[in-house]
Design a protein around this ligand. Structure first.
Ligand code: COA
Length: 318
């Protein structure tokens, strides 16, 4: 049950929104956001749909891998902010790419991209040959723009990989604690005259401190477990690709593993938290940086609503 990464891609919307710009309509400041979260600016969709940025990322990954859309035999998308509840984001992407393969979405919140890699490994085990996996989010659609504790964190973006048969996916771990009290995005309740429950607004609801505690513990435990399961030690890992939720969560992992900070990658300063897209965007940046060497071990880790968390070790093969 493994695969090889054949290509990566990413796509961010054009519009850059700085902390100063948010401070014009929220009771916040560049100093607070920079110090408490580590973000200075983020990308925000103005005309782009979730499908548009997902397709942008997919095209980059297809090009790098030398794959044409008709060669794909599965498209998987991880998202919590697709343009539609139905059809899936994957089906919208399939149509825009002109592919003909099956397509479906996976929702494990910010852990979704790594959950999706595990699902892809299962498809390879039963004979699939080319799978396009995409993490894409338009979270600015689901944040409450009057809530300073969440509006400053979440952003838009997409990352993708084209996977083929191989032995790069070495070890993995998926976790779900269950529950919706700490972090949730309630669905639009609709207008049924028969439904009597009081509904929450369909925006991000988050207990930041609870998520923070879960995140630090989950990321450190999951990374240690997948590295051990791969028969490796932290010294063997060339690059850690962590979910970009808060720079302080990433710094806590650096301290825990006592590694050089430059090996634990960070782009939150300019991308913000893009949920299921976050690790895929970072992996594409790493891939295109020229820093990756054949045989490098990459450890990815993510966490989010659910509460879910996930980690994996991948060996880079050129
Ligand atoms: N600007 C200025 N002040 C803000 C603010 C903002 N954007 N957001 C919150 N505050 C205020 C709070 O109101 C509070 O004020 P008070 O002391 O007067 O009550 C103060 O800052 C401290 O709030 P607190 O919630 O304790 O801050 P924090 O240090 O825990 O940081 C988060 C808040 C959300 C940044 C932090 O908890 C976090 O990153 N949690 C994890 C979130 C996450 O990873 N979510 C995604 C999971 S995928």
């Amino acid at each position: 049950m493994s695969f090889k990464i054949l290509g990566t891609g990413s796509c961010l919307p054009q519009r850059v929104v700085s902390n100063e710009e948010l401070s014009e309509f929220l009771d916040t400041s560049d100093e607070w956001i920079t110090q408490r979260v580590g973000i200075t600016e983020r990308r925000v969709c103005t005309t782009e749909t979730t499908t548009d940025i997902a397709v942008g990322a997919a095209k980059g990954a297809l090009e790098m891998s030398g794959t044409t859309p008709d060669e794909l035999d599965m498209i998987l998308c991880a998202t919590v902010s697709a343009d539609h509840a139905a059809p899936s984001l994957a089906c919208s992407v399939q149509a825009m790419l002109g592919a003909t393969c099956p397509a479906m979405d996976i929702n494990a919140a910010c852990s979704g991209f790594i959950y999706m890699l595990e699902a892809a490994a299962g498809f390879f085990a039963i004979g699939y040959k080319r799978i396009l996996v995409i993490g894409a989010e338009r979270l600015t659609r689901v944040v409450d723009w009057t809530d300073r504790s969440t509006a400053v964190i979440f952003a838009d973006g997409a990352g993708a990989m084209v996977l083929g048969p191989g032995k790069s996916y070495i070890s993995s771990k998926l976790v779900a604690k269950g529950g919706d009290t700490v972090l949730s995005i309630p669905s639009f309740e609709g207008q049924s005259p028969f439904y009597k429950n009081k509904s929450l607004k369909p925006y991000v609801h988050m207990n930041g401190q609870e998520v923070f505690k879960f995140a630090v513990n989950a990321m450190c435990t999951d990374l240690a477990d997948v590295i051990e399961a791969a028969g490796l030690t932290i010294e063997d890992i060339a690059w850690i690709v962590p979910h970009q939720a808060n720079a302080r969560i990433i710094d806590a992992a650096v301290r825990k593993f006592n590694i050089q900070p430059e090996r634990c990658l960070k782009n939150i300063e300019t991308t913000g938290n893009t949920s299921a897209a976050s690790v895929a965007i970072l992996a594409d940046e790493l891939c295109r940086s020229g820093k990756l060497k054949d045989g490098d071990y990459i450890a990815m880790a993510a966490f989010g609503a659910g509460l879910t968390s996930a980690a994996c070790v991948i060996r880079w093969e050129e």
